[in-house]
Design a protein around this ligand. Structure first.
Ligand SMILES: CC(C)(COP(=O)([O-])OP(=O)([O-])OC[C@H]1O[C@@H](n2cnc3c(N)ncnc32)[C@H](O)[C@@H]1OP(=O)([O-])[O-])[C@@H](O)C(=O)NCCC(=O)NCCSC(=O)C[C@@](C)(O)CC(=O)[O-]
Length: 310
């Protein structure tokens, strides 16, 4: 009898965790923005479609940022034009110019992004934190007036490579500003992956003290220090039910040198399914989409599940 890797996890539910979780896929945006290789537009479209067909409820499609800053996503309008159910394909928007481009391309859901720290704000958006919040407020107001679904990202929620550890109250203050502006969900980014379990709990508690419950939160972990899945588990225990992840674990952030790829969608699904938590997502379909993309990028998938089953 030949040996074969186990293809689905054994299921052992743990009391006190959510029954269902939404996995918010960011590979086509957060993933591809940081890859050196330029992926053909047709392949990006196929990647987004395959991920959506796998059952992922939200598949971020691209960014309407300056193409000079992120040339990898300069074909944002062409990608959007090829997609259906656009309320399931949010796009990143940094300013009013980005919102105009996104709306012209037919976007129905957007995400604004601000940093919890001053230095990263200047490096990522060429403006300070308060100016970035003002710009986000303007974009969110205009997008809501158009009936768009709006998410807000906060980056550098745990640590910043220039400023060091980040105060949880500073992060919840930024989240509060985004919720007040009209964001329906705030995604807390561990952009450089330095967060640990107790820190995660403290950050979620700080949000609760600011009146932002787990129903408004998503967690966005990068796996730089190998803590992403532990941090997901701590977030589940605190009641969070939405997690960002990237197929195959591709990506990072081009403006934060020490950031590696996002938590891999496959690894997240393996853990959630092993806990008996429903996601509605077909792991094999995500594996296939991720394998095709890493093949195009010419590198192995960082995802441990993809490595085990590849
Ligand atoms: C905000 C800017 C544009 C300021 O950049 P700037 O250079 O100060 O821009 P500007 O306003 O001076 O404009 C310069 C030129 O860019 C054009 N421009 C201006 N805006 C746009 C636009 N939207 N789309 C297309 N073109 C645009 C504008 O029209 C002008 O064109 P010109 O007159 O010279 O021909 C720039 O800094 C930028 O695009 N930054 C985005 C960088 C980025 O995408 N970073 C990665 C995001 S991921 C992240 O932050 C973390 C996250 C969300 O994944 C979660 C986590 O892990 O923490």
């Amino acid at each position: 009898m030949s040996s074969a890797p186990q293809r689905t996890p054994s299921v052992f539910p743990v009391a006190g965790l959510p029954d269902r979780v939404d996995v918010y896929e960011v590979g086509a945006r957060d993933g591809l923005q940081a890859e050196e290789a330029l992926v053909p537009t047709t392949e990006k479209i196929a990647f987004v479609r395959a991920l959506r067909a796998s059952g992922l409820p939200m598949v971020e499609a691209t960014s309407f940022v300056s193409p000079r800053w992120v040339p990898q996503l300069a074909d944002a309008a062409e990608v959007m034009a090829a997609l259906d159910d656009r309320d399931r394909h949010p796009v990143l928007v940094p300013n009013m110019r980005g919102l105009e481009r996104a709306c012209a391309a037919g976007a129905r859901a957007i995400a604004v992004f601000v940093s919890a720290t001053e230095t990263f704000s200047r490096r990522n958006l060429a403006m300070g934190r308060e100016a970035a919040l003002d710009a986000a407020r303007e974009v969110v107001g205009a997008a809501r007036a158009e009936g768009l679904v709006v998410r807000g990202y906060v980056s550098m929620c745990f640590g910043d490579p220039w400023e060091g550890p980040v105060d949880v109250a500073a992060v919840s203050g930024v989240s509060q500003a985004l919720v007040d502006a009209g964001c329906g969900q705030v995604s807390l980014g561990d952009t450089i992956g330095v967060g640990t379990v107790g820190h995660v709990r403290e950050l979620i508690d700080a949000h609760a003290r600011a009146g932002i419950g787990t129903d408004l939160l998503a967690m966005h972990f990068h796996d730089t220090y190998g803590q992403a899945l532990a941090n997901v588990h701590a977030s589940l225990q605190a009641g969070v039910t939405c997690f960002d992840a990237s197929a195959a674990g591709i990506g990072g952030c081009p403006f934060a040198g020490s950031a590696t790829g996002n938590l891999a969608t496959e690894d997240l699904l393996w853990m959630l399914h092993g806990l008996g938590i429903e996601t509605g997502v077909d792991l094999d379909a995500v594996l296939a989409a991720g394998a095709r993309m890493t093949g195009l990028l010419g590198r192995p998938a960082p995802s441990r599940v993809a490595q085990a089953l590849g």
